[in-house]
Ligand binder design. Sequence first.
Ligand SMILES: Cc1ncc(COP(=O)(O)O)c(C=O)c1O
Length: 512
Amino acid sequence: MYKVVSSLSGRGAALTGQFCCSKFHLGSGALCQKSAFKYPPTGLPEMPPCNFEPEEYKGMSKERMMEIRRLNCNPMTMKVTSYKKPVFVHQGFMQWLWDVDGKRYLDLFAGVATVSVGHCHPKVTAAAEHQLRRLWHTTNIYIFPTLHEYCEKLASHLPDPLKVVYLTNSGSEANDLAMLMARLHTGNFDIITFRGSYHGGSLQTMGLTSNAAYKYPIANGLGCTNTMCPDVFGGPWGGSHCRDSPVQTIRDCGCAQDQCMAHDQYIGQLKETFATSVPSQIAAFFGEPIQGVGGAVQYPKNYLKEAYKLVRERGGVCIADEVQTGFGRTGTHFWGFQGHDVIPDMVTMAKGIGNGFPMGAVVTTPEIAASFAKGVHFNTFGGNPVACAVASSVLDTIKEDGTQQISLNVGTYLMMEMAKLRDKYEIIGDVRGKGLQIGVEMVKDKASRDPLPPESIAEIFEDIKDMGVLIGKGGVYGQTFHIKPPMCITMEDADFFLAVFNKAIHNYMERR
Ligand SMILES: Cc1ncc(COP(=O)(O)O)c(C=O)c1O
């Protein structure tokens, strides 16, 4: 038996199995049976109902898809395939996915934090269909309304002086472009990023990315230097008041009010990087407001503010990579950087911008744009009419559906309840994030904070999937579960996931 440290209360009491219900989820999602408790420790948690009927799948067999994947798709597709028994996705609607056998899943990973307002959201789908019937493609050598409507709308979501929009096809392309613009504007070359970060896989952005899994043994990242990530859970410093999250770390804190030792120490590391690893004048500092692929890592409050000041003193521009944190995902604000009370010189975005439609953007100041205007930059698909129509509808939908508020409410609830599970189980080391940008770091034990080994993570991950929930995993050692769902999930979905997560951890602890 494992040690139970404390139990759940309040709304989360549902997880302890005190409430009655009539059904629980049986793999297919549609098939639910009677149970004495809402979330009996021994039974399968109930999947919330869904009245959307997916089409019957009549396509290629799973075996044939696997064969083609092995023979004709690049080997990377096999390498990144999640799960021992993979999910063969057929259809999606809002927060739900169906596999080719008709089994329903609650999608809490959104195709890697990308489906922002919901799979095949009816309003966004209608906007795409409308545009597809009028004009699929032209480039910005001509003048067409969708591009202008979108650029104006996107710029209206950013504070002054961030008003000039470049449209791209992906996050990597956006970050490539931002690197180029920063270098041209400042006349400097060196760029600093955080250890553990992921900013893309192109040759240039591979240099920004600071995670060995995504590096290749070729010349890359000339002029890119990383600095210690100010990770208040996993790093050398951190306490129980450092971060802007509804849940703090389990680490002790001896700091007086209005003082943060972790902040000072991590800023000291950045100063050390300035003193030892880059010239006195630099081009840029790239930072995500919450480190995404790195494990939803959060920094001490005011760290970014101080870092921006130090970077600007050295001639550099400050770039916020909002590829994961933008478009209301952090709940309190539309952009993650607003939670740090800073205004970057450039903001890069992708993923949620198009709810899954391939698109990205860089938004910057007229001054930086002027430096870049000396040459000619052209990309065929940047500003594609269908992409602009979709992205414009995404912005409207975020507002109409109140998805930022949903992120705040459901995300905060999820984190508070997950924190109770952290207190219950020795292997849940940290729960963190803001809104629906949530990380759950799994550890061997709380004293060491050493990462739970990949085999154990894989077992829990598979079990959660088998119970009907898709989450992500990441972190430098693959030790952090990611919860970054479409921002249309409900409290009932959250309760279902909490019950599934509780059960998966319980199952793992019983087995080991
Ligand atoms: C923070 C961040 N920046 C940039 C990228 C690269 O985006 P893309 O995969 O669209 O090139 C990613 C992708 O995961 C990301 O998470």
